[in-house]
Design a protein. Structure first.
Ligand SMILES: [Zn+2]
Length: 125
């Protein structure tokens, strides 16, 4: 029986149906495998891919994440550090690549939570 909150389950990448099983196979620290997902929940068996190409739409969330984060980083650096343009652009590019695993995973999790059709059911676990 899981008492994990919706928000905690979402931010830790847990199954929307039972909030216990991990959506991704490996921790995000394994950079070569950060994108590998379980086809269904290892705890309750809920399917994580409702239809082929389901996660195509999560690219829009990834894009929104990147726009917000790169804008914040860019504005902060531009106004507080007064860097030369080339260094500023380089740092923004490094930040954009650096947050990629996080934005990729969070956007897939959010997409699954919003559009995956899985409802929380404590009795699943
Ligand atoms: Zn589950």
């Amino acid at each position: 029986m899981s008492n994990t909150s919706y928000r905690k389950a979402l931010f830790t990448g847990k199954c929307p149906a039972c909030r216990e099983g991990s959506i991704f196979k490996h921790p995000i620290s394994e950079v070569m495998h950060f994108a590998e997902m379980h086809p269904q929940c290892p705890v309750c068996g809920a399917g994580f891919e409702p239809e082929p190409g389901f996660y195509f739409g999560s690219m829009f969330i990834t894009y929104a994440f990147n726009v917000v984060l790169v804008t914040l980083a860019g504005v902060t650096m531009y106004y507080f550090w007064s860097l030369p343009e080339w260094l500023f652009l380089l740092l923004v590019a490094v930040i954009a690549v650096g947050i990629m695993p996080y934005s990729f995973r969070m956007s897939r999790v959010i997409w699954l939570y919003w559009f995956g059709g899985l409802r929380y059911n404590q009795r699943n676990s």
